[in-house]
Design a protein around this ligand. Structure first.
Ligand code: FEO
Length: 392
């Protein structure tokens, strides 16, 4: 892997992680990922923006052989997939100082045990001249952590955006060549880590939009040399408007909940509604998260285990609560043998979701005709709710 030139004296020096299949011991990475670091050589100062995941430190150190001096390492985000190699870079360049937001200073000291006197905090809007190249630091909290910043290289019109606009995508392309593929990966990434901060990201989008950037250089995935399409996609994802989409994550043990889900999906489709059904024991959580970005309604399907939801349905409810999608309506369908507190227990798990709860349908044993009629009624209610919001 070699460093790649972006503009005069501006280089990509990241690492492509083709084989990684899981992030945070949770998030599937079907297409791998990359950790993008960047080098900028000014007339007076040489700067490295971010580092790489510690598993790929050797690759970064190899890229850095092209410079015999490093003045600053800018840490846009303290999470270790970007900051983890900084201690090794500092060993190679002991004269270098680390630049970060004021909040990241403490986090870098905690996470990497960097000496606090090595870290120079910068303020929002502060500028740094490298000699004929000028960097402007922009505080953009919650893309992905509260300390995260972007930096804008004025002369070359490049926005280094860290996780913001990133995609978990291992590719040999330096720039986006297949917009459809990148949009899917970027949406997955947004859904998994940024969706909970949707309202703050709306403000960050406005903040960065005043800068006339020609390139967005994120810390994961390919760079955007036609950035408008990803900025526009983000505008849609963070907007308050859901689509005419019903998402049904479900699990079934002996087939009763499955029969109910199948009936509900059919009843919704007959009414012209888009539906996505996810079987929780086998589904790709990223695909489920992507669907939650746009969904107007979520119906969780679960049998009763003792008196509560199946553990996978509990997990799905917790995920929903963490991701905080803009969903407007929620319901539960499922079955039980002798008694159930599924609905109450799920309700207690989704307190972050400000959605209207539609009447649940819980069948005793194998669903009967009355249960299927109740599912038809739920489908009709969802249809009318979507219609009232002018979603179809
Ligand atoms: Fe790619 Fe939040 O780290």
């Amino acid at each position: 892997m070699t460093a790649r030139q972006i503009r005069k004296d501006v280089w990509w020096m990241g690492a492509i992680d083709w084989d990684r299949r899981l992030f945070d011991s949770l998030i599937p990475l079907p297409d791998g990922t990359s950790y993008n670091a960047y080098l900028i050589k000014g007339k007076d100062k040489v700067v490295l923006i971010d580092s790489v995941d510690p598993t790929m430190t050797e690759i970064l150190l190899n890229h850095l052989k092209m410079v015999d001096r490093l003045d600053y390492i800018i840490s846009l985000h303290a999470e270790q997939d970007h900051s983890g190699a900084i201690p090794d870079v500092l060993k190679k360049y002991p004269e270098a100082k680390v630049i970060s937001s004021s909040q990241a200073k403490e986090m870098l000291a905690d996470l990497l045990h960097l000496p606090p006197d090595k870290i120079i905090p910068v303020e929002d809007g502060e500028k740094l001249s490298l000699g004929q190249k000028t960097l402007c630091f922009l505080y953009t909290p919650w893309v992905h952590w509260p300390e995260t910043i972007c930096v804008y290289l004025e002369e070359e019109r490049i926005l280094f955006s860290c996780d913001f606009f990133g995609s978990h995508l291992a590719t040999s392309d330096l720039y986006v060549t297949d917009e459809g593929r990148v949009i899917e990966a970027a949406k997955r990434y947004y859904a998994e880590i940024m969706m909970p901060f949707r309202k703050i990201i709306q403000k960050n989008l406005e903040k960065i939009s005043v800068w006339p950037f020609e390139i967005i250089a994120p810390s994961h995935g390919p760079l955007y040399d036609k950035p408008e399409f990803i900025v526009q996609a983000y505008r849609e994802w963070v907007s308050d408007n859901p689509r005419n989409l019903v998402v049904i994550p479900y699990v079934s043990m002996h087939g009763s909940t499955f029969k109910m889900v199948r009936h509900l999906v059919s009843a919704l489709m007959e009414r012209g509604m888009e539906v996505r059904q996810f079987f929780l024991p086998e589904t790709d959580l990223g695909k489920l998260a992507i669907s939650l970005v746009d969904a107007a309604t979520v119906v969780l399907g679960t049998p009763t285990v003792h008196v509560g939801p199946h553990p996978l349905a509990t997990f799905a409810a917790s995920l929903l609560n963490i991701l905080r999608p803009k969903v407007k309506f929620l319901s539960v369908v499922g079955s039980y043998g002798w008694s159930t507190k599924v609905v109450e227990q799920i309700a207690s798990l989704i307190t972050n979701i400000k959605a209207e709860i539609l009447p649940p349908v819980m069948a005793k044993g194998k669903p009967r005709e009355a249960d299927f009629r109740a599912l038809d009624s739920l489908a009709e209610t969802i249809f009318q709710k979507h219609q009232a919001l002018r979603l179809l």
